[in-house]
Design a protein around this ligand. Sequence first.
Ligand code: AMP
Ligand code: GLY
Length: 437
Amino acid sequence: MPHLYGIMKVLVLGSGGREHALAWKISQSPLCSRLYVAPGNAGTHQCAQNVPIEVTNFDKLADFIAQNEIELVVVGPEAPLAAGWVDFLYQRFAPDQVRVIGPNQVAAQLESSKHFAKQFMQRHQIPTAAYRSFNLYSLQEGIDYLATLPPPYVLKADGLASGKGVLIINNLAEAQAALREMIVERKFGQASQTVVVEQFLQGIELSVFILTDGKDYLLLPAAKDYKRVGEGDTGPNTGGMGAVSPVPFADATFMQKVQERIIEPTLAGLRKEGIDYLGFIFFGLMNVAGDPYVIEYNVRLGDPETEVILPRIKSDLLALLDAASRRTLSHTSLEIDPRIAVTVMLTSEGYPGTFEKGKPINQIDKISTEVIAFHAGTALQNDFVVTAGGRVIALTALADTMQEALEKTYTAANIIHYHGKYYRRDIGQDLKKFGLF
Ligand code: AMP
Ligand code: GLY
């Protein structure tokens, strides 16, 4: 049935760069009549109406959905999914009243429990690092197990720890001490009650995304994320300091392996286990000498990967989301911009540790119209845009060469000004050897 234009009321949940990118793209759709973001930021305010409700305040969100006749909810972050938002919504509303892009609580365990994800992969022969998991009762076994492994040692808190629950340690005694600290002293709180110890995978990482309606899927552009705070991939892990898309080492042969060995067995495994999955899946992969291994599943899009991949999608994203929510994704296709996209994240000095907020941001309006400024941690204070997070603004540019895309992005990064601005100057440099420049 063809759609009437401009008829859909949409709510995006979240407040980061990923959600600004989603709102920016959805707002371009002729299918969209009203767009809301809860709670949003100073950037989403430009293309949507912000709604001051937190993503975990289910009752208030449901009231808002009912009052405003929202038809489609697009969930940005994992927290509401892990807390059962989708299950809650379908208890309160009939499926013809509101549809949601995001998996239910059982399916969200692919991200919310590393132990669940690991067992799932094992059941379906999906390539991943060998592992065992330990808790207070098996701590000594864990300490002994570490001694049987070659270094470096990979220790992961089982639960959600905002990407910070992973330790990679070279020294055995230190790894054993860290295991004890995670389990006994709850270094990552409740999340490290159970700890997964796994084989170290040597390779280069990438992020692969699909949108699925439980039956079919669309393969979105892949991206490479820069996780460490410092240049040359040094210092602590962050949510992500920049990204590039496409990924030059993810060629057709590699991506075919990803589809055959990872994506399709994952979807088949979910179906076989009776787990209904509707939404995005983010496969965090390691390319080990040309073969893909799963490092982690996420049940959402990545941040800053969303800011680098959505500008490369030419198709109407809302039409695709609408089709997924109606389980008619097989009738759609995806048109991708072949150009190269680069995203550089402007952050607050001190991030991912402590940092100051509330710094006025100047000259955003002075950057080239060829560069998109996706707001991450920003807020409006008396109509002025100020910093409100560790990651502040994600700048994205597209060009025929990586060099050009980098030049445009870094020129803008230099123009925008606020106290304590920091960004990595080496995004994409490690890919020079692959010849995208
Ligand atoms: P995760 O939260 O599972 O994505 O882990 C955080 C980061 O730790 C990943 O992005 C990788 O860089 C690294 N990592 C995790 N697991 C492994 C592994 N088995 N081998 C090598 N590096 C890993
Ligand atoms: N950039 C990695 C993530 O969103 O988890």
